[in-house]
Design a protein around this ligand. Structure first.
Ligand code: AHR
Length: 317
């Protein structure tokens, strides 16, 4: 029986709604596979659904918002019980979210936020994206301890909430520290390949010896940039300090090798809390919160990064 039919019968007989997870069919609109973190989130989401006996319809948007909107419309037409979406950019969702609402299909946002009224979705499971940038900026403030430092920044996908918020957070943290200056800032689209290409252009434009630090909005771009720094004859992690976000296994490996300095963890398990919230909603009509916040932990060379790498390998990455 579909959830809508169960809902209807529960209303009619005025009894509490109990919905078995194995009766659920959920659509998941994923952005693509731009980063190691994204691939892990996909793996973990599929695993979470399978463990609960949920049927998951998966759609890869290949980084395009129009593909995500089409996927949502297709899920709505198929009458799924709920939709998970990792929205590639922050704006332009109102219309399709209204359509889902009109069809009584709850939508849960994963890992990124949208600029839309929060009554258009059930809940959002994300980190505090501004805070992540602040942690990265504060790490650099402490690390440089007042020494002059020219920073280059690799931004995430233009218009995405992590790119906007991580930039804002980093700016908040370094504001008032006159020794710190962002001299170049450009998107690397959250990919390793673009991280390398854009870092090469930064090194060429500034001269490697004039760059003191790199702030990358994700680890994949930092790993690409490390390659560019090495090819320029410099030592990443020493000549150019590197702080990024995600804490994927390769970042721990780079920190263990002294080629990167810090990363802030973003769990790829957004689906666990999201499906818990959905099940609670279907059971008793409530959600724990409009925003379910995941933790943001800083890792540095002070941690046993080799051991963490071994531990994390195989956790969906
Ligand atoms: O929205 C989360 C970000 O998207 C991750 O930090 C990044 O790796 C991914 O592509």
């Amino acid at each position: 029986m579909s959830i809508k039919k169960v809902l209807l019968s529960s209303v009619l007989i005025l009894s509490p709604l109990a919905v078995a997870a194995e009766d659920l069919t959920i659509g998941f609109s994923q952005i693509g596979s731009e980063s190691g973190w994204r691939a892990a989130e996909t793996t973990v989401t599929k695993q979470q659904a399978e463990d609960r006996g949920i049927t998951l319809k998966f759609a890869d948007a290949q980084q395009k918002q129009e593909n995500q909107i089409s996927a949502l419309r297709s899920f709505i037409a198929q009458g799924v019980d709920a939709i998970l979406i990792a929205p590639v950019v922050a704006t332009g969702w109102d219309g399709v979210l209204e359509e889902a609402k009109d069809a009584d299909i709850p939508v849960i946002l994963l890992d990124r936020t949208v600029d839309a009224s929060d009554d258009l979705y059930l809940t959002a499971v994300t980190s505090d994206l501004v805070h992540e940038g602040e942690v990265a900026g504060q790490w650099l403030v402490d690390e440089t301890a007042g020494a002059q430092c020219r920073i280059v920044e690799l931004q995430g996908t233009t218009g995405s909430s992590p790119a906007i918020d991580r930039k804002t957070g980093f700016g908040n943290a370094i504001a008032g520290h006159d020794n710190l200056e962002i001299v170049r800032s450009q998107t690397g689209d959250f990919t390793r390949s673009q991280g390398k290409v854009v870092m090469e252009s930064f090194l060429k434009a500034e001269g490697g010896e004039n760059i003191c630090a790199l702030y990358a909005h994700n680890d994949d771009m930092a790993v690409g940039a490390i390659q560019a720094i090495k090819e320029a004859g410099l030592k990443p992690g020493e000549d150019i300090k590197i702080v990024a976000i995600d804490a994927v296994p390769d970042a721990h490996l780079a920190i263990a090798a002294g080629e990167m300095n810090a990363t802030i963890e973003l769990t790829p398990n957004m689906a666990g809390p999201a499906l818990d919230a959905l099940e609670a909603y279907l059971e008793n009509g409530t959600v724990p919160a409009k925003w379910i916040q995941t933790e943001s932990r800083l890792y540095t060379a002070a941690d046993d990064n080799q051991a963490i790498y071994e531990e994390k390998k195989g956790l969906g990455y």
